[in-house]
Design a protein around this ligand. Structure first.
Ligand SMILES: [Zn+2]
Length: 287
């Protein structure tokens, strides 16, 4: 009996991702030394030599090890991610983080929460806009924090950033909680042509209206009958998927579960849904 035996075992992991783990059995102990996301629900996607899925909204800069998080994302075919800031400090982090520019798109901005302390940094934010920054976000209005951040302050900060986006002709990424109608009317007043509604909060009628205005609806990795109705109500071309990693998703790979749900609702295979969403993001953000 040799002391060291190499063996490949297959473990079913969450979200139907199957991991082939190469294990080494050494002196009777199992040591996992490699982990490969290889097959997604037996679709043979392990043979695909290209990125297929995209995460339209995550906070990669918050990872303890962004490089590792990105390489794990690529192993499960999530090859396009939008790293989104929430205040001036994180905007600087997002811009400074040196990762594969083709895979990681950057969005910087001052969120409603940060409106409390960062509004005066909006002018400095403009200096961070460079070629890899493809949008301003996450920006918007949040009714849940009004006791801490007065709505006038949130609105001032939001509008100032919309002015920059319109002037620079770049899309915005919207954070709206309990404020959808107000956010929409401000976008209309300011003449904003491109907006992605992160963690979409509306129902199917809201979704249809958003779609009619040419905006994008971003679906988080949560299953609910509301999201199902929203997905069914609008064209695939108006939908993108996000994990909001690390706040909601544990990894950018979590976007795949949502893509599977969309595939079921739209009666298509996950490859074509993945391709379509990736193309939508590239078109919309001009990359
Ligand atoms: Zn977020």
């Amino acid at each position: 009996m040799p002391h060291v035996v190499k063996k490949i075992i297959t473990i079913k992991y969450n979200h139907n991702i199957i991991i082939n783990r190469i294990i080494i059995i050494k002196y009777g102990k199992i040591m996992i030394n490699q982990q490969i996301y290889s097959t997604i629900k037996g679709k043979g996607l392990d043979n695909l030599d290209r990125a297929l899925f995209s995460d339209s909204h995550c906070h990669l800069y918050m990872s303890d090890n962004p490089k590792k998080t990105l390489s794990e994302a690529k192993e499960c075919k999530v090859g396009l991610l939008i790293d989104t800031a929430v205040d001036f400090e994180s905007s600087r982090k997002v811009v400074e983080l040196e990762l594969d520019h083709k895979s990681v798109l950057k969005v910087i901005g001052i969120s409603p929460e940060a409106a409390l302390y960062d509004c005066e940094n909006i002018d400095k934010l403009q200096q961070l806009l460079e070629k890899n920054v493809i949008g301003i976000g996450e920006i918007g209005l949040d009714s849940k924090i009004i006791d801490r951040v007065p709505i006038d302050k949130q609105r001032f900060c939001f509008e100032k950033q919309l002015d920059i986006a319109v002037k620079q002709n770049i899309p915005v990424v919207i954070h709206s909680r309990g404020m959808l109608k107000s956010v929409e009317s401000i976008l209309f007043e300011k003449g904003v042509k491109s907006a992605m509604f992160h963690f979409f909060e509306g129902n199917e009628d809201d979704a249809k209206r958003i779609e009619k205005n040419g905006y994008l609806i971003s679906i988080p990795p949560l299953e609910s009958s509301r999201f199902k109705r929203v997905i069914a109500a609008v064209d695939l071309e108006s939908i993108v998927c996000e994990t909001d990693f690390p706040a909601v998703g544990k990894t950018p790979c979590d976007v795949i579960k949502t893509i599977e749900n969309i595939a079921k609702i739209k009666n298509k295979d996950i490859t074509s849904i993945g391709d379509s969403i990736t193309e939508t993001i590239k078109d919309y953000f001009g990359v």
